[in-house]
Design a protein around this ligand. Structure first.
Ligand code: SF4
Length: 251
């Protein structure tokens, strides 16, 4: 099994959900509107920065791209959990995220782009026994020589700095990036909380990365030893795409 930060997170949220998704390989067509909006925003940023190598897209042009992707991908199985909210509310929210982001970072030439949606592999013990992979939204090189790992977040809650400083996903990407590019000595982790028009950053020391490496090896050992994959109820059940199959929920 090749792991990913999101697989590990799914297991920690609910082992039963992990079993449905990654052991039994069940697929559902249902998708939360928040995840749908997040995917459309990510596509839009990828388009903006990949075009930037050749030309600068206008705000209207990039918003039109977002609209086209929204309409093309919208489907019947999109779930809106928040009472009284419509798909159009979320569509317009996305337009606002793009406008704020565009105005803040225009003309998008502050750094050199090293990668967009870059696939990264993380070999935790150097033998291939504990492998993870993921995709980094954007990798930048600053004029000062710092490599930045950027991640776009469309969520409506803003984490505490303490959570950012202990976030696992981007720190794992740092491990993989430094395996791939050993010359990248100075690395900064950057999150764009676009609903708040905020950029938040953090760094990891070599000791913190080593502790993380061991912690994730232990977690993988725990997953592989699990025989039961018990369901774990939480407020996230409302967004669970396996709700109707769950032994705790099905009627
Ligand atoms: S509904 Fe809740 S408890 Fe059931 S599988 Fe989904 S997340 Fe787990």
């Amino acid at each position: 099994m090749i792991y990913s930060p999101s697989k590990l997170e799914t297991y920690e949220t609910c082992p039963q959900k992990y079993k449905f998704a990654y052991i039994e390989g069940l697929k559902t067509e249902e998708e939360g509107i928040e995840a749908f909006l997040g995917t459309r925003f990510h596509e839009t940023m990828e388009k903006l920065y990949s075009e930037r190598r050749f030309r600068l897209m206008s705000l209207e042009e990039i918003q039109a791209f977002y609209q086209e992707r929204w309409e093309k991908n919208f489907h019947e199985k999109i779930i809106i959990v928040s009472q009284g909210r419509t798909a159009d509310d979320y569509f317009r929210l996305g337009l606002k995220f793009i406008e704020d982001y565009y105005r803040r970072y225009y003309p998008f030439n502050q750094n050199r782009i090293l990668g967009l949606e870059e696939k990264i592999e993380i070999d935790l013990d150097g033998t291939g026994r504990y492998l993870l992979q993921g995709y980094i939204d954007r990798i930048d090189l600053t004029p000062e020589g710092v490599v930045e790992i950027h991640d776009y977040k469309t969520s409506s809650t803003l984490p505490a700095q303490q959570e950012i400083d202990s976030d696992r996903q981007l720190a794992l990407y740092q491990l993989g990036l430094q395996q791939k590019w050993p010359w990248a000595e100075r690395v900064r982790l950057v999150w764009h909380y676009v609903a708040f028009d905020l950029e938040i950053s953090s760094t990891r020391s070599p000791a913190q990365l080593e502790a993380l490496r061991q912690e994730v090896i232990d977690l993988i050992n725990l997953i592989e030893a699990d025989q039961e994959f018990l369901p774990r109820e939480s407020s996230l059940c409302e967004w669970c795409s396996f709700f109707s199959l769950c032994p705790l929920k099905k009627t």
